[in-house]
Design a protein around this ligand. Structure first.
Ligand code: GLN
Length: 256
């Protein structure tokens, strides 16, 4: 009998523990910790500080501010870009912030916050490349893109293009420098930053911009409660000037 009770008690504890841990994702943000997924390879939106190893960037500051506004703390996990939506669906994370473009296709699987940044795509080529000036010139050429991105979607539409897909944007630029591709297609603000701030040499960004895209934070389809809270927090940060401060810190000047 005694043994029965202790087994029952043990089971009880197990069940309670499971319940206790289970409510991570779909609770509309009642946990103190907001589990965030991001691909930490997309400066100036998300990248790792070389000295203190902290994740930093526009998205990192924004999600920390949003979490704070909701009375929570953001805990960021570095996940490959094509693994972010699966991680949401598996409820390993509550929200994605990763320079992720709001698209109709993604909307079939996730909820997005209101747009928080306007972006688009540009081309980067090697210095001295004169035969590529526009997206049409990529026909029949070799182009590197990050896997699972809108760049990939757009480049695949170009006739006869040979698309090489890489896990990270850094790998795309390496392939360009190693002459493995003729061009990289990637998000405009990230290309701008790579060319002007990261000391990149031997490459240039073309001025043509393809697509106008907006970034949104993604959540599971059922988590309308968290979506509302995130949108309210975002609006507050816009109203109280905090969003503008973060914007100026990373992009300088006024919002474009
Ligand atoms: N904005 C692009 C997309 O959503 C690329 C994002 C990224 O590489 N982090 O597909």
């Amino acid at each position: 009998m005694k043994k029965f009770f202790s087994v029952a008690a043990l089971l009880m504890v197990t069940v309670l523990t499971l319940v206790g841990c289970g409510g991570t994702a779909d609770n509309g943000g009642n946990n103190k910790v907001l589990k965030v997924g991001s691909t930490i390879d997309f400066a100036p939106f998300e990248f790792q500080d070389e000295t203190n190893k902290e994740y930093q960037g526009f998205d990192m500051d924004l999600i920390r501010a949003v979490a704070k506004e909701m009375g929570m703390t953001a805990e960021v996990q570095n996940i490959g870009f094509d693994g972010l939506i699966p991680a949401l669906q598996a409820k390993n994370i509550d929200i994605v912030i990763s320079g992720m473009t709001i698209t109709d296709e993604r909307k079939e699987n996730v909820l997005f916050s209101e747009p928080y940044y306007d972006s688009g795509l540009t081309i980067v080529v090697r210095d001295g490349e004169e035969s590529i000036k526009t997206f049409n010139d990529l026909a029949g050429r070799k182009v590197a893109v990050q896997i699972g991105t809108t760049s990939g979607d757009e480049v695949h539409k170009i006739a006869g293009v040979e698309v090489k897909e890489f896990n990270t944007v850094a790998d795309c630029f390496m392939e360009l420098k190693a002459m493995g591709v003729d061009a990289v297609v990637n998000d405009r603000p990230v290309n701008d930053y790579y060319i002007s701030k990261s000391g990149a040499t031997g490459v240039k960004e073309l001025s043509e911009r393809l697509t106008s895209e907006s970034y949104g934070m993604a959540m599971t389809k059922s988590n309308t409660e968290l979506q509302t809270k995130v949108n309210d927090a975002l609006q507050k940060l816009k109203d109280n000037g905090e969003y503008q401060k973060i914007y100026e810190k990373w992009f300088g000047g006024v919002e474009k």
